[in-house]
Design a protein around this ligand. Structure first.
Ligand SMILES: *Cc1c(COP(=O)(O)O)cnc(C)c1O
Length: 422
């Protein structure tokens, strides 16, 4: 059976027990064409229920005013608490270890106030080379904040010459070599560029064994791959909700703080009233009394309207089940790989998939040797929404909640047509 045969893709869709979830999303129609959407790793699609949930909050605001804090359908006072069970499930934390708040880079900074505390010989941060720019800026500015020169105190581990992803043993070698000088290891658990999924469990234990605090940026991990942050003993993690978690542009983010760091009163932390003990919050005592959970890092009362779409998305994750989603995701990504290989063969093109086969989530990054921006522009014209990185990398992420096998097949056919003619 040719993988580009429409009947084959149709048979895969027919066998997909999650296919009905696609109808829970708005699939963008651009220039009259329903798009083939592969940028769930950048901005997830809108769950239809998001509109209902936002409208309900607007309605409750209209009807209740300030009383909505207690009488809204989902009272605003404890509003963020309505997310913790689902979110804990998604990242493998305990409910008291996860919080929805702020934005990813903000949260990374706030968490580093507590978890990057250089002292004595231990002053360095271990990270991946060419990390997402915001992470690079955050790490470098944290170092400078402590009077440390990033050139000297940021230890970056990159791929070896001629390779695209970072070997686990190279992280380990760096930990062996610099271990007692490193205060913090902060790495993207799933690399945003190559899609490589790091062995977070092993690396966390390896670094902690040398006295290093370990934080993971899970912007591309949350909602994509299996995470067991509690069991892996991760110190802290942060992620956003607009990528694989479909909660809208700039959606409220999330973070994890392991329970062993809870309830410590002398931990350095930037504090606000929403991190203060709930029983005495409104008696406005002078001294901050931290909630004995990850909520101690919260600052403000929560942006209800901005958070409502996340509830819609988490409902879908809860209904679909994480194991089912991951199982389908593996099938979609393998199928995408097969389609790309078939297209390369049929068009005699030498594509290079730079995402490791055995360490990946939903994303495949493709180096299109010999082709450039015009190829990508053609794909866009044909209704393919993918992500282009100069000079010649296409990133695609089929998402198990709404992508179909037919989306991938149709994309393959469009790509093949172009390559045969150019
Ligand atoms: C998407 C992404 C960000 C974006 O940061 P925001 O604070 O949400 O704007 C940061 N880091 C990584 C690794 C990302 O993938």
């Amino acid at each position: 059976m040719n993988v580009l045969d429409p009947a084959y893709a149709a048979s895969l869709d027919a066998a997909d027990s999650l296919r009905a979830f696609r109808d829970e999303f708005h699939i963008p129609v651009i220039n009259g064409k329903s798009t083939l959407y592969f940028t769930g790793n950048s901005l997830g699609l809108m769950p239809k229920l998001a509109q209902t949930y936002v409208e309900e909050e607007l309605e409750d605001w209209k009807n209740w005013g300030v009383e909505g804090h207690f009488h809204a359908r989902r009272p605003w006072m404890p509003y963020h608490e309505f997310f913790t069970d689902s979110l804990a499930n998604l990242v493998g934390g305990k409910p008291e270890e996860v919080v929805v708040m702020g934005s990813l880079t903000n949260n990374l900074h706030l968490l580093m106030v507590s978890f990057f505390r250089p002292s004595g010989k231990r002053t360095k941060i271990l990270c991946e080379a060419k990390a997402f720019p915001s992470d690079q800026y955050a790490l470098a500015s944290q170092l400078r904040f402590h009077g440390l020169d990033p050139k000297e105190h940021l230890v970056e581990i990159g791929p070896r010459d001629g390779e695209h992803h970072i070997r686990k043993e190279d992280f380990m070698a760096a930990i062996d070599q610099h271990g007692d000088e490193i205060a913090l290891m902060m790495v993207g658990g799933v690399n945003y560029y190559t899609g490589q999924v790091h062995d977070m469990k092993t690396l966390t234990a390896y670094a902690q064994n040398k006295g290093i605090i370990v934080g993971w940026d899970l912007a591309h991990g949350a909602g994509n791959v299996e995470l067991h942050l509690h069991d892996w003993n991760v110190d802290f993690a942060a992620w956003c909700h607009y990528k694989y978690i479909n909660s809208g542009p700039g959606a409220t983010a999330g973070y994890f703080v392991h329970e062993r760091h809870h309830g410590i009163t002398d931990i350095p932390r930037f504090e606000g009233w929403w991190g203060h003990d709930k029983d005495t919050r409104f008696t406005m005592p002078e001294t901050f009394k931290p909630i004995p959970t990850a909520e101690a890092w919260q600052l403000s009362n929560v942006p209800v309207m901005a958070m409502a779409p996340l509830r819609a998305s988490l409902d879908l994750f809860d209904r679909a089940g994480l194991e089912n989603l991951r199982e389908k995701s593996k099938k979609l990504t393998s199928y995408l790989q097969q389609v790309l290989e078939e297209v390369a063969l049929a068009s005699d093109s030498n594509f290079e998939i730079i995402t490791p086969l055995d360490e990946r989530g939903a994303q495949i990054s493709l180096l299109v040797h010999g082709y450039g921006r015009p190829l990508f522009d053609y794909l866009m014209e044909e209704g393919v929404i993918a992500d282009w990185r100069e000079p010649n990398v296409i990133r695609m992420a089929p998402v198990p909640l709404y992508s179909s096998f037919e989306d991938i097949r149709a994309f393959g056919e469009i790509l093949l047509t172009y390559l045969k003619n150019h």
